[in-house]
Structures are given as structure tokens and as C-alpha cells.
Design a protein around this ligand. Structure first.
Ligand SMILES: NC(=O)c1ccc[n+]([C@@H]2O[C@H](COP(=O)([O-])OP(=O)(O)OC[C@H]3O[C@@H](n4cnc5c(N)ncnc54)[C@H](OP(=O)(O)O)[C@@H]3O)[C@@H](O)[C@H]2O)c1
Length: 257
């Protein structure tokens, strides 16, 4: 079975499609039960696989353990920690409750589900873990400081575990998408950002890249050649300069300062 968080839209829904097409049963997790059920019905019909849905809010601290209890008895071959969201605003003006939810979903739930399921995978001697990071992980992100920092956590954490788990039969892959056409920009309130005009990739393209890298057991994959080049070049620039560029890109037409 493949357990996929954030499967109700975007990259997560596309990853669910790829797992189902390869014959994996699915456990789909997100808050919107109706969207999960629609996808479950469609994928079950199209690929003849068993699909379970769990409507859960990963911003609640108890959610990872509750999900783990709900799936007791199932063998999880693939864990995809994809759920995540962004927030924009100058840090003194943003809402702490929203930011602590962001940390819970983007980092803590991801880390806790990984711990709960990696233990079982390592005992069995096999398993695939795919964590969804972002190209935002590689630069400081003024006006989206918490989001960029949360993705830096995901990348560092995943690369460390990939090394720790070598020789156990369990691989950890981190997928770093750049701007991708999903519901992410609307949820983050950044539809007017320069990043989402122009060359955003499709969720299907990004999911395919991540899925293949996961099957190949690669530790890290950056989606798309444009993003790979950008990250390569960014390694040569001072981080303060990268912060200035990110600040301009994260500024809205309405002028978040
Ligand atoms: N789109 C981009 O440009 C981009 C770029 C780099 C990285 N990423 C990362 O890619 C991942 C997938 O995002 P996406 O682009 O596919 O955006 P999306 O279409 O907005 O999907 C986000 C998914 O996360 C789920 N989610 C959000 N908050 C949740 C919560 N509290 N509890 C449970 N599930 C929650 C959403 O489901 P519900 O709303 O139904 O709960 C949804 O299924 C995220 O980690 C994002 O940070 C996206």
C-alpha cells in the first residue's frame, strides 16, 4: 500500500495516480473528504486497486498517531509526505496560529509519520519514502520566511535519513519542485507572485519526476532543468543577495513589504 498525504489535489493527487497505475493500493490523507472520495472512486475504477481515505487535519498534533492507529494491519510499502502549504506576509504582521499550523503540517507531521512508518519498513527490510520539499529550501525567503525555512528542514532531514537508512532496504527521497500549477499559490495567497507567471510546471510532470526518483532510490531530485540550473547558480551567489531576489519575487502587486 502507498500512504500519500495531501492527496486531495495537485502533486499529491498525481502521485496517487502513479502509485495506483503501478498496482499499489492507496491510503489517501487530506482534510477534504469529498475530494479524497472522488479521487478514490476514480482511481479504484481506473486501476482496480483498493483505496482507503482518511480525512485528517495534519495541523493537529495528534493526527500522525491517529492515522497510524487507523492503518494498523496494513503493510505500507510507500510513504509519501506531500501535504504542505505556504503563507505570505512580513513576519511581524503574520498570524502565529497559522504559522504554527504550517510548522506542524510541513515539518512535524512529516517527521512523525516518517518515524512511525520507517520503523516498520526497516523491520521488514523494505520501503520507499518520498518527502516533498521545494526549491525554496535552498534560499532564504523574505515575506514567506516560515515556508522557506520549513522546506529547508524537509530537505536537510530527508538527506540525513537517506544516509542513516543506507543498507536497511528503506530509501528516502526528497523531491524539490519549483513553481508548479496546483492550488498551492491560491492557498498561500501568492497568485500574483512573479514566480507563478510564466514557466510553472504541471503537477503531473513534477509527480512523475519525484515518483521515478523514489523508485530509483535517489536521495534528492529537483524538478525540471530550469530549477536545477537555478539552484546550481544560486550556490555561487551570496545568501544575502539570494534573499533580496526572493524578497522581490515574493512581493505582491499590492505591495507586501
Ligand atoms: N505548487 C508549487 O509551486 C510548489 C512548489 C514547491 C513545493 N510544493 C510543495 O508541494 C506539496 C504539494 O502541494 P501542491 O502544490 O500540490 O499544492 P495543493 O494543490 O494546495 O495541495 C496541497 C495538499 O496538502 C493538503 N493539506 C494542506 N493542509 C493540510 C492539513 N492541515 N492537513 C492535511 N492535509 C493538508 C491539501 O489537502 P486539504 O486542503 O484537502 O487538506 C492538499 O491535498 C506541498 O508540500 C508544497 O509545499 C509546491
Amino acid at each position: 500500500m502507498a500512504l500519500i498525504t495531501g492527496a486531495s489535489s495537485g502533486i499529491g493527487a498525481e502521485l496517487a495516480e502513479l502509485c495506483a497505475a503501478d498496482g499499489y493500493g492507496l491510503i489517501l490523507v487530506a482534510r477534504r473528504a469529498d475530494r479524497l472520495q472522488e479521487l478514490a472512486d476514480a482511481l479504484g475504477k481506473r486501476h482496480g486497486v483498493r483505496v482507503l481515505t482518511i480525512a485528517a487535519d495534519l495541523s493537529e498534533a495528534a493526527a500522525p498517531v491517529a492515522i497510524h492507529q487507523q492503518i494498523r494491519g496494513e503493510t505500507i510499502d510507500i510513504l509519501i509526505n506531500n501535504a504542505g502549504f505556504g503563507l505570505r506576509g512580513r513576519y511581524d504582521q503574520t498570524d502565529w496560529d497559522a504559522e504554527s499550523r504550517l510548522m506542524q503540517v510541513n515539518m512535524i507531521a512529516l517527521a512523525q509519520l516518517t518515524k512511525l512508518l520507517a520503523r516498520e519498513m526497516i523491520q521488514r527490510g523494505s520501503g520507499l519514502i518520498l518527502n516533498v520539499g521545494s526549491t525554496a529550501a535552498f534560499v532564504p525567503g523574505p515575506l514567506m520566511a516560515m515556508y522557506y525555512a520549513s522546506k529547508a528542514f524537509v530537505v536537510s532531514f530527508s538527506l540525513a535519513l537517506a544516509k542513516e537508512f543506507e543498507g536497511t532496504g528503506v530509501s528516502v527521497t526528497v523531491l524539490c519542485p519549483g513553481p508548479t500549477r496546483t492550488e498551492f499559490d491560491t492557498a498561500a495567497g501568492i497568485t500574483d507572485s512573479e514566480l507563478f507567471r510564466g514557466s510553472a510546471m504541471t503537477a503531473a510532470e513534477v509527480a512523475r519526476i519525484g515518483y521515478r526518483a523514489m523508485l530509483a532510490g535517489r536521495a534528492e531530485v529537483i524538478a525540471g532543468w530550469r530549477n536545477r540550473w537555478m539552484i546550481l547558480l544560486s550556490r555561487l551567489a551570496p545568501r544575502t543577495m539570494l534573499a533580496s531576489i526572493a524578497k522581490r519575487l515574493n512581493s505582491s502587486a499590492q505591495g507586501v513589504q
